[in-house]
Design a protein around this ligand. Structure first.
Ligand SMILES: Cc1cc2nc3c(=O)[nH]c(=O)nc-3n(C[C@H](O)[C@H](O)[C@H](O)COP(=O)(O)O)c2cc1C
Length: 209
């Protein structure tokens, strides 16, 4: 299917039919998310595929999003609470290894990252990391649609509760988003046949000549 048809086919599913997404499709969606561009390339977030029913049930208890338990898979997008000198240094070591460079070749890049990132407050860096996670969410939604897998992006959950359930604090992470994956129940989902509501392009986009 062409990209525009695929994006028109995708919608934020409210009701899933219970079918499981095959493992190879899940892996393809995760691989696509991993290829997302991030600011400076540092990937300041981590994903958790929550297969544990108890965790999903506990999380669903305080949320209007029934997809948390009804979808085939649930992915949590979590961002680093702060970015440390060590994060930057690990990233540089990794890049040098991947590109078969001496680490010293990346000294000026490392200095510039330290100067910019470490000058910000922890809160500013958390917002920045979260913004990168939102881009990854976008990739995940498009990759799911490309694999003919339905999805729901979700901000509607108790992030502090999920942080506790997954022990995220001790990993320096905080949850920011969920992505449910599965297959739509086209009969029971009131949104399945509704027209997509989007601004006309001439209102969304201004051409500066
Ligand atoms: C960041 C983000 C958070 C969202 N949170 C929820 C949510 O908690 N529950 C839900 O059912 N839909 C959620 N949505 C879905 C939006 O309501 C939906 O994408 C929007 O209305 C556009 O409709 P469409 O995606 O079906 O085309 C969210 C979407 C985004 C991008």
């Amino acid at each position: 299917m062409d990209l525009i048809n695929t994006l028109n086919w995708r919608y934020a599913v409210k009701k899933y039919d219970g079918q499981k997404v095959p493992q190879e499709k899940l892996e393809r969606i995760l691989e696509a998310i991993g290829l997302t561009a991030t600011s400076a390339g540092i990937q300041p977030y981590r994903l958790f595929v929550i297969n544990n029913d108890q965790v999903r049930q506990q999380l669903a208890r305080d949320s209007f999003n029934t997809q948390i338990t009804e979808a085939s898979h649930l992915i949590a997008f979590t961002a680093f609470e702060t970015i440390t000198k060590e994060h930057i240094s690990d990233f540089i070591t990794f890049m040098a290894k991947e590109r078969e460079l001496p680490e010293t070749a990346l000294d000026s890049y490392k200095n510039s990252l330290e100067q910019h990132i470490l000058a910000r407050t922890d809160h500013e860096n958390f917002i920045w990391s979260s913004q990168q996670a939102y881009i990854a969410l976008g990739t995940g939604m498009i990759a799911a649609a490309d694999a003919k897998v339905d999805a729901t992006p979700m901000e509607g959950f108790d992030s502090e509760k999920l942080d506790t359930l997954l022990n995220l604090r001790e990993k320096g992470l905080k949850s920011v988003l969920l992505l449910a994956l599965g297959y739509r129940d086209a009969e029971k989902d009131f949104l399945a046949h509704q027209k997509k509501v989007r601004l006309p392009l001439n209102e969304l986009v201004t051409q500066i000549d």
